[in-house]
Ligand binder design. Structure first.
Ligand SMILES: Cc1cc2nc3c(=O)[nH]c(=O)nc-3n(C[C@H](O)[C@H](O)[C@H](O)COP(=O)(O)OP(=O)(O)OC[C@H]3O[C@@H](n4cnc5c(N)ncnc54)[C@H](O)[C@@H]3O)c2cc1C
Length: 377
């Protein structure tokens, strides 16, 4: 039986996150306020919201995670910070919980859930992005475990991370099937170097960087999942990320629509020309319609994950639909706000923040490939 009525605990969690974000300031990661802001969310276990409470998380399922992230995207206008928290949770903390040894989980999950530790995910390299599994970084077997050699780029949180979920080729000849492994890197134990922070148009408070690993010895106990099962770990983390991360974008669009409606209602009363008024009204109605369609699609993908069913196709569809909507409609909203006034530049900044949404977690072309394959093409 279908039901579209929100559960009481979903309503409560949405309100809890909205209350928590109400007083969060916009900050710069160069100030000493950046980590306290992570810890502010961490007091409620939000950086590890999908992790069981025994490790310091909240035990949210995928649907509840989507609803909480949507509230974060709505309530906190700093899209870069929100993106950093979601990347930490979805691409690093969740795979550690799903595939890490008990020793690794006990050692790291409490700090990752409380906001004390920040994690990054190292897959992309200077010469491999969409074709991630053609990576050059190797982790060759050595007497003490693995000797890691190579570099990773476009690493979100990379410049500030305490830990990195690193993907490396343990058997380069085997490639995608059996040749890639995931390793947990603790910067204090396994030192590596970072390049300068990479500049980007938006997501300013999410740091992005390149990491270099030179003859880094990592003991076997830092494997996340079995040797050669890195592709599996990565694909599962991407299922979570593609389903849940777009919730931030939906929350961002929802906030902009609400603000726009509020401003326009007061503007209409003071007399905006009738013709302009109708164009804007129609555009907003269409954006609202698209947003509600995409929200249902995202909730359905999360629901399928919660039924423990493979949801790679639904995750790709949700990611494709949300990111394309976000990029197009945040642009239109920024145009509307440019006419009616955008005092804190929320809409303008959101349009810039949206630019890279069709790239990370796999580009739109890559999502189309996954969907086409699932159609037997
Ligand atoms: C803000 C941001 C944060 C990121 N965070 C992380 C992170 O934390 N960790 C990490 O590992 N990576 C991260 N990335 C990297 C991201 O995953 C890659 O940018 C993405 O996978 C694309 O890789 P690429 O940039 O090398 O582009 P390419 O793979 O070189 O693609 C270039 C263009 O060609 C298209 N293309 C490529 N192959 C095909 C094909 N076979 N068929 C059709 N079209 C194709 C692509 O869709 C794209 O339009 C981040 C990127 C950004 C922008």
């Amino acid at each position: 039986m279908y039901s579209f009525t929100p559960e009481l605990h979903h309503v409560r969690i949405r309100q809890e996150v909205l209350d928590l974000t109400a007083d969060m300031p916009r900050i710069d990661q160069t100030t000493e306020l950046y980590r306290p802001l992570w810890e502010h969310l961490g007091r409620n276990g939000l950086p590890g919201m999908a992790i069981p409470e025994t490790y310091g998380g909240r035990g949210f399922d995928a649907l509840t995670t989507v609803i909480a992230l949507e509230a974060l995207g709505y309530g906190h206008a700093d899209n870069g910070f929100n993106f950093s928290v979601a990347a930490h949770l979805l691409a690093c903390v969740i795979p550690l919980w799903l595939y890490g040894s008990e020793e690794l989980k006990s050692a790291y999950l409490p700090g990752l859930c409380s906001g004390r530790l920040i994690a990054a995910n190292g897959m992309s390299e200077p010469s491999s992005g969409s074709d991630a599994f053609s990576m050059k970084t190797t982790a060759r077997s050595c007497p003490d475990g693995y000797c890691v050699q190579g570099s990773k780029t476009f690493v979100s949180n990379g410049p500030i991370a305490d830990t990195v979920l690193l993907y490396a080729a343990t058997d380069p000849d085997k490639g995608f099937l059996g040749g890639i492994s995931a390793l947990w890197i603790d910067k204090t134990i396994h030192p590596y170097s970072s390049g300068d922070e990479l500049a980007k148009a938006g997501l300013h408070h999410s740091t992005l960087g390149t990491l270099f690993f030179e003859d880094l010895i990592v003991p076997t106990r830092y494997l996340v999942g079995q040797e050669g099962r890195g592709a599996h770990v990565f694909n599962r983390s991407m299922e979570w990320e593609r389903t849940c991360l777009g919730a931030l974008h939906m929350g961002n669009l929802h906030r902009l629509i609400d603000r726009c409606v509020k401003q326009l209602r007061s503007g209409f009363q003071t007399g905006i020309p009738r013709e302009s008024r109708q164009v804007v009204m129609h555009d907003l109605a269409f954006i609202q319609t698209r947003l509600e369609a995409v929200r249902l699609q995202t909730y359905a993908a999360a629901w399928k994950m919660d039924q423990q069913k493979p949801a790679g196709r639904e995750a790709a569809m949700a990611k494709l639909a949300v990111s394309e909507l976000y990029k197009q409609e945040s642009q239109r909203l920024a145009e509307i706000f440019a006419e009616i006034g955008d005092p804190d530049r929320d809409a303008e900044q959101s349009a810039l923040d949206a630019v890279s949404s069709t790239l990370y977690s796999g580009t739109s072309e890559m999502q189309k490939m996954i969907i086409a394959q699932s159609m037997g093409l």
